[in-house]
Design a protein around this ligand. Structure first.
Ligand code: SF4
Length: 192
């Protein structure tokens, strides 16, 4: 449709109704569907679509990851999925930022007890410190037998908490490690 400048300004002045220029165009009767469809098509035109699953919760909504030359350019719900039918909740809809996000911390930060500032540690130092504390805690609290003599081999002072972004392979190894240490308090959204 043709929209004159006068018409546009007239409806725009009532923009409290619509809030945006796009809303104004819609109010004038412009059909934005082809434009939106074209923009959608251009965004992923030369991209490769790889089916995947949202890792944020146990609903496991299906996604399509669009990549161009190995770089993720878009992630959206997979319309072929029988349970999410192309939709994603707000958290899942922001999943692109799990991969591409300049605000994401990329270094290990450590704040010593009582300190007010964070210190950057290299990964090896951080992992060694975690291992040291796990060993110390386990050595101090390990229970081999209950008072009645029952063999239990437990470490009740350590709790393992995992999120849904941990994949099957990680959880498999995590379980082996935790059970091997005698940890029995293990929680994970995957409910393994
Ligand atoms: S999109 Fe939302 S509901 Fe679906 S798996 Fe991700 S977090 Fe769960």
């Amino acid at each position: 449709m043709d929209v004159s400048r006068r018409d546009f300004l007239k409806v725009s002045s009532g923009a409290t109704l619509t809030g945006t220029a796009l809303g104004t165009l819609t109010a004038l009767g412009a059909n934005l569907a082809p434009t939106a469809a074209q923009a959608q098509e251009l965004r992923i035109k030369h991209a490769k679509a790889t089916p995947s699953v949202c890792p944020y919760c146990s609903v496991g909504c299906a996604t399509l990851i669009h990549t161009i030359e190995g770089k993720i350019v878009n992630i959206e719900g997979d319309p072929r999925s029988p349970h999410n039918e192309g939709t994603l909740c707000p958290k899942g809809a922001a999943i692109y930022q799990l991969h591409v996000n300049p605000n994401r911390p990329t270094k290990v930060l450590h704040r010593a007890p009582g300190a007010s500032e964070w210190e950057v540690w290299d990964l090896e130092r951080a992992v060694s410190r975690v291992a040291e504390l796990v060993k110390e805690t386990r050595d101090e609290t390990f229970v081999e037998r209950l008072e009645n003599g029952k063999l239990v081999n437990v470490t009740t002072a350590i709790f393992s908490l995992g999120g849904a972004t941990l994949d099957c392979e990680w959880n498999h190894v995590q379980q082996k490690l935790m059970r091997g240490l005698g940890v029995v308090a293990i929680e994970n959204q995957a409910r393994i």
